[in-house]
Design a protein around this ligand. Structure first.
Ligand code: ADP
Ligand code: MG
Length: 623
């Protein structure tokens, strides 16, 4: 029995042992399981705490039970200040009710659902999004906060860009056309429709190339450049459906807006026309510049001549090529005398802005030119102008007036004095003749000769003086100029033979009759021919010619004597100007006066060493 009991006991122990080891194992497993669960819990807590997203645990009223660290980054509020407060407190007014409603609704639902609410943090100008979900089995909620400021701003900017592009596209003054790879037009703004004189529907049925006026070389060039560079700027003539041609400036960019190609057009037909007009007015200005009577010189800041017109070239006696680029100050010759210099005026122009004066200089090293000048500084973009007017002629005229007024005074005096002298002269002559015929004359024959020749000289002077005074009884009669000239030459023939001088005559075939004072004219011819004989040496020749035009007769008396210098020429006709030992210097003065009384004029041409030409112009008008 005891054996049996033992065996049973043993069996029982065995069983218990087994059970213990099972329990031990179970205990181990449970322990491990518990460890694992604890670890998971710990991990969960760590995940909660360390998440970069803000997390908040709320109860069913929205009161904050727990927050993680990241929340502080979002709200900048300490955990202790948040726990116990309602989350609605941190929401903008308009979202507070949303949160409350949502929480109360979710409290009855079993499954977790998510609501997205926006919240703004006014202190930081940032935005957050809250994802709230119910925690399964518990009446708690987990709110995850995400900072979406960056995304929001990005979105906002994109919206703004899109709006901007939209505004730009519709409101742009330039025509904008979007088109596909195959050239088909997808969209066009108002300005483009106006430029292409088409409706949007019409345009959408076409390709841009349909509007090109001529697909010539420049068009091909544009296409090539587009293919190689993806963008191109140019001008091209386009033909609109209504037949209008327009020159358009355009910029094309491939793949610029949402894969579409974009072309921006501007109508420059007007600018083109304006350019043409401008060109017109430029050429007009150039013509005016060239054709004005005043000389115009354009020069830059350094006084370099940049343009010069015809009149100025004439005055300076130069051609354009040799003056362009030259320094004006360096080029201009010295003035004739102090006060007739242009250079100081040019140099002081910068301060004065404008000035003027009279400048007398010789541009050919020979005769003097008198120029009135006006300078103006910086008339446009650094260019200044010098305008010149040739007043040499005026100066000559003034000189003539001066001469003729002297003449006038002398004439007035002459009449009186001449008569006063002539009367005693007559008495003197008579008595000398008486003395000569007396016996005493043989003693001093020389005396008489001298006295007589001097007396006749005085007589000549007086007669010439008398001629200056108003002619007492001038009678204009019809007379033939050829005849007067012939009589003159006949009269002087003896003297000419003496001086070995040849006369030649060259008369016109037409009538040379005119109303004149024949004796006065003869006096003029005698004076001039006599002067010619007197300057001629052996082998001299005096050519006389008479020509007629419908308006006047021209009598020319030409010698091949020594001629005169410019200075001497200027003095001709001045009373008492003579270069001869026994001259009176009155012959030409008288001659000028006579011709003036015939409403004519005398011009003298003389070349030193070559000879002199006197041209007498007499108008044919009946006096
Ligand atoms: P005159 O003969 O008494 O000198 P004129 O009035 O006739 O006075 O002439 C004035 C001056 O003009 C002359 O002295 C001479 O110097 C100059 N003259 C006039 N005619 C000629 C001429 N044909 N060639 C050169 N000189 C001339
Ligand atoms: Mg004379």
């Amino acid at each position: 029995m005891s054996g049996e009991i033992y065996t049973k006991e043993m069996q029982h122990i065995q069983q218990l042992k087994k059970k213990i080891s099972f329990l031990e194992q179970e205990n181990k497993r449970l322990k491990a399981e518990k460890n694992c669960r604890e670890m998971v819990e710990e991990l969960k807590t760590a995940a909660f705490e360390n998440s970069s997203e803000g997390m908040v645990i709320l109860d069913e009223k929205g009161v904050i039970l727990e927050v993680n660290y990241a929340i502080k980054d979002i709200f900048h509020i300490h955990k202790k200040d948040m726990v116990g407060r309602n989350l609605t407190h941190y929401l903008p007014q308009e979202y507070r009710d949303d949160l409350r409603n949502w929480i109360s609704l979710q409290s009855f639902e079993k499954d977790a659902k998510t609501a997205v609410l926006s919240m703004a943090n006014p202190a930081r100008d940032s935005f957050s999004e809250i994802h709230i979900s119910r925690i399964t089995k518990y009446p708690y909620f987990l709110a995850v906060l995400k900072d979406v400021t960056y995304l929001r701003n990005l979105e906002r900017r994109q919206r703004k860009d899109a709006a901007l592009f939209h505004d730009f596209f519709t409101e742009a003054l330039d025509g904008i056309v979007l088109w596909k790879e195959n050239g088909e037009i997808v969209s066009a703004n108002k300005a483009a429709l106006a430029i292409f004189e088409s409706s949007l529907e019409e345009m959408k049925r076409k390709k841009i190339s349909d509007y090109v006026y001529k697909k010539d070389d420049s068009y091909i060039h544009i296409i090539k450049s587009l293919c190689s560079k993806n963008s191109h700027r140019d001008e091209l003539m386009f033909l609109m459906p209504n037949g209008q041609k327009k020159l358009l400036e355009f910029t094309t960019k491939l793949h610029s807006v949402e894969g579409l190609h974009m072309s921006i057009f501007r109508n420059i037909t007007e600018r083109y026309n304006m350019e043409l007009e401008l060109l017109d007015s430029k050429s007009m200005f150039e013509t005016i510049f060239e054709e004005v009577f005043d000389g115009v010189i354009l020069w830059d800041r350094d006084y370099n001549i940049s343009d010069i017109n015809k009149a100025a070239l004439r005055m300076l006696q130069k051609d354009k090529e040799s003056l362009l680029g030259l320094n004006l100050i360096d080029y201009l010759p010295e003035g004739k005398s102090i006060g007739e210099e242009i250079k100081p005026k040019l140099l002081s122009l910068r301060e004065e802005g404008q000035n003027r004066g009279i400048y007398t200089a010789s541009f050919n090293g020979d005769d003097w030119t008198q120029l009135e000048f006006r300078n103006k500084y910086n008339i446009y973009s650094g260019f200044s102008i010098t305008a010149l007017r040739d007043i040499t002629e005026n100066a000559i005229l003034e000189e003539q007036i001066r001469k003729s007024s002297t003449l006038h005074v002398i004439g007035e005096l002459a009449a009186g004095i001449a008569h006063e002298i002539r009367n005693p002269m007559t008495a003197l002559k008579g008595f000398i003749q008486l003395l000569e015929s007396s016996n005493d004359s043989e003693k001093h024959p020389m005396y008489f000769t001298v006295i007589k020749s001097e007396l006749s000289r005085i007589e000549t002077i007086i007669n010439e003086f008398l001629l200056l005074s108003k002619p007492q009884n001038v009678k204009f009669v019809k007379a033939d100029l050829q005849q007067i000239m012939n009589e003159t030459l006949d009269l002087l023939n003896a003297q000419a033979v003496l001086y070995n001088v040849q006369f030649t005559r060259n008369y016109t075939n037409s009538l040379t009759e005119m109303f004149c004072e024949p004796n006065q004219l003869k006096k003029v011819f005698i004076n001039i021919v006599k002067n010619a004989i007197e300057v001629l040496e052996v082998g001299g020749e005096i050519k006389t010619s008479i020509k007629s035009t419908p308006e006047y007769f021209l009598i020319t008396i030409e010698d091949n004597g020594n001629g005169m210098s410019k200075e001497k020429l200027a003095k001709l006709g001045e009373p008492f100007y003579t270069t001869k030992e026994k001259g009176t210097g009155l012959g030409l003065m008288v001659s000028f006066k006579i011709i003036k009384e015939h409403a004519g004029k005398i011009e003298v041409e003389s070349e030193e060493g070559e000879g002199t030409k006197f041209h007498i112009y007499l108008p044919r008008k009946k006096q």
